[in-house]
Design a protein around this ligand. Sequence first.
Ligand SMILES: [Zn+2]
Length: 415
Amino acid sequence: MKASTVPTQELAERPEGYQGPDLSPRGLRLIPIPLAAGTWALVANIPPKDNNGLVVGDRAALVIDAGIVPDISAQIQHLAAKQTDRPLRYLVNTTYHGDHSFGNASFPAEVTVVSSKINRDNMTDLAYEKARRAGNMYGEVALLDAVTDWRRPEVVFETAAEIDLGGRVVQLLYFGPGNGPGDTIVYLPDAQVAWTGNYLNHAGVAPMLLQGGPIPYLDSLRRMRAALPALRTIVPGHGPVGDGRAAIDWLIGYLEQLLHDVREARRAGRTVQQTLETCPSPFAAGLDPRLVSYQLPQDTARHRLLELMGILHRLNVLATYRAWSAPRARLRDLRSARRLVAGCVRPAPAGAYHVGCPAATVWRPWCWWPAPRPWSLLLDALEEADGIGLERASMDSLSLACAVICFNALQRSPW
Ligand SMILES: [Zn+2]
């Protein structure tokens, strides 16, 4: 799935009783944790408030994420100055979300802000983004009054970039949509450490499917797993530092299960409310044992984290349900597109069919389909074939609809 087909704004709907993670800067203190020479995680004393990072080379230093308000940006710069006398030259935003980028304007002009192009393109409507983040302020919304200017990255990249800090290179990587459409990974090959923003948490910590649903996210995670075989440690934007490979595997498993469960609910004809009530939660049995040792010595902290996981899971169920529904509605609208169906299904060897887009300049099969079957199964096959999925917009949906309608209408003689 192309990033351009991810919804342009974050999902605004929330399940009943939803209370998002507490990202208020009140009481937030960043604790430097050394991970390798010249490499620190700056970890929030109160999870899941925002974490940051610091990487130092021979010539320059780089920090990861800017803080939600100027006070936190000042704290990050102070910590950087305490750890190194190399000049701070770069600031990377892992996402456009305000808790990672509102602080950009508080860094001096000689610090270059870098992020993916998609993140920068999302940093246009400060009032809207402040309104979204207000839901995470836990009574401290007024603290966001200090944010008056949303400084956008001066340097952007499409899929990969490198920053040479002198004697060490920092890689910036974009694997596709995840929590947001432009999630940027900061990878240090010499330390096998990645800062993953909102994209990837410690194994057992729920993601938030705010923009695009699980299908594009799964594709992106598989790309990351293939691209970084040596990855050892991740510093997520929120929550504990952890094992990167375990985190990717856990999240892929979580999203696959979520997709399966919501799909089953849809097939059974359940409403969104019924789906929220019946969809199993992987957190019902408690926290992942790998989390318990981390900085959560007190029962109350563990209890709060577990409660938050349950809440975020409900959000993910809702988001998956919505991501599924929208294209189905479009499909119904596109029934009149029957005249376009010719060419969607073509004969393949052994009595099978190829299904593809009739509008493409060069006809290319999307998938191989063994025999006439109900179109709902064809949809699943298309999803699984190459992640085309139900979330593709506009022309892709039209083509998908054509293929489906064609297949449905002409099952017995598709050409
Ligand atoms: Zn965040």
